[in-house]
Design a protein around this ligand. Structure first.
Ligand SMILES: C[S@@+](CC[C@H](N)C(=O)[O-])C[C@H]1O[C@@H](n2cnc3c(N)ncnc32)[C@H](O)[C@@H]1O
Length: 316
């Protein structure tokens, strides 16, 4: 009874309802929420604390940033969803909040893209600072599907080097990236490697220009730590996977190199397996055993998830 009353009291305030609704749309930091709501940081922090104490929001810290999101597990997760289901869709204040959220996201995406535009020419040097690609490839080889894939998609392909290294594993390889400058380099690298079955095209990982079930292998190689909304990017990849297809996410494990945020546009300081598996499962994929690669200086995780086969889906 007391838990229920605490949750109801926490939600029963206009700003806190707005915060719940915003945190249902992704993982947001206090400064982003301050920008959207136009209220002072201490005020917003106080509201957030009440919502976290009532377990309607989860807070998780990564380096000097704290992220907030709607509680996903436990009895309060349902309560949070129930409360949100009563919010009017067309409320003017909520609509404005959503517009501002879109603006904040667009601004951040533009900053990240600016980084990639400016660093496209040095990208091949920068990427080798994090982890040894030959080691990563040797590590993921046994995790690939047994027979070569028909259609392989590399999301956030950058200069295309990872897709080129994977070229033997598929009959057709497509790389997508948002940044034109990266794609120009990818095209030159593909030409140099003389690989006719590889192509690249421009696309946004949240809304990719392909019909559902177009690929049997999809990779994100060192992409999701830049993402505003990794869960949504994984959901879009899941849409494109054929039954029985495999998604592979190769990214950093949790670390504390804050300077990667300041100097290299990283949003997230690596990922926990539980989190990555959560995105895959929410998208209807079956997460497989995660595998880790001790790196220097940063450790890398390889997370695989399979699309359930047609018959398994029918049976479900
Ligand atoms: C760290 S680079 C990794 C490139 C490549 N996968 C590699 O391992 O070298 C991240 C890439 O993601 C791309 N990217 C960022 N946001 C994107 C989006 N919304 N849609 C598609 N690509 C995006 C960037 O342009 C950049 O090329």
């Amino acid at each position: 009874m007391e838990t229920l009353l605490t949750a109801l009291r926490a939600a029963a305030e206009p700003t806190r309802l707005r915060l719940l609704s915003l945190c249902d749309r992704g993982e947001l930091t206090v400064s982003e929420l301050v920008q959207i709501l136009g209220q002072s940081q201490p005020r917003v922090s106080r509201h957030l604390k009440l919502l976290c104490d009532a377990r309607l929001l989860d807070r998780f810290r990564e380096g000097s940033w704290a992220f907030y999101r709607l509680t996903e597990q436990g009895d309060m997760a349902k309560m949070a969803r129930d409360i949100l289901s009563h919010l009017p869709e067309k409320d003017d204040v909520m609509l404005l909040d959503r517009e501002r959220l879109a603006q904040v996201r667009a601004m951040r995406a533009e900053l990240a893209q600016k980084y990639f535009r400016e660093n496209a020419a040095q990208w091949d040097e920068i990427r080798s600072l994090y982890a040894d690609e030959a080691e990563i490839l040797a590590h993921i080889r046994p995790l690939l599907p047994e027979s070569p894939s028909e259609d392989y998609l590399d999301i956030g392909t950058g200069t295309g080097q990872f897709m080129i290294a994977m070229a033997d594993f598929a009959k057709r390889c497509v790389g997508v990236d948002l940044t034109h400058e990266m794609l120009q380099l990818a095209r030159a690298n593909i030409d140099k490697a003389n690989l006719r079955h590889l192509t690249v095209r421009q696309g946004d990982m949240y809304q990719l220009p392909f019909p559902a079930e177009s690929f049997d292998l999809i990779t994100f190689h060192q992409v999701l730590h830049y993402a505003e909304d990794p869960a949504q990017a994984v959901a879009e990849a899941a849409r494109l996977l054929r039954p029985g297809g495999r998604l592979m996410i190769i990214d950093l494990q949790p670390h504390d190199m804050e300077m990667l945020r300041e100097n290299h546009a990283h949003r997230r300081l690596g990922f926990e397996t539980e989190q990555v598996h959560g995105w895959c499962q929410q998208s209807g994929l079956c997460a497989l055993k995660a595998s880790n690669l001790a790196g220097n200086p940063l450790a890398v995780g390889v997370w695989c998830a399979d699309h359930p086969r047609q018959d398994a889906r029918k049976a479900a």
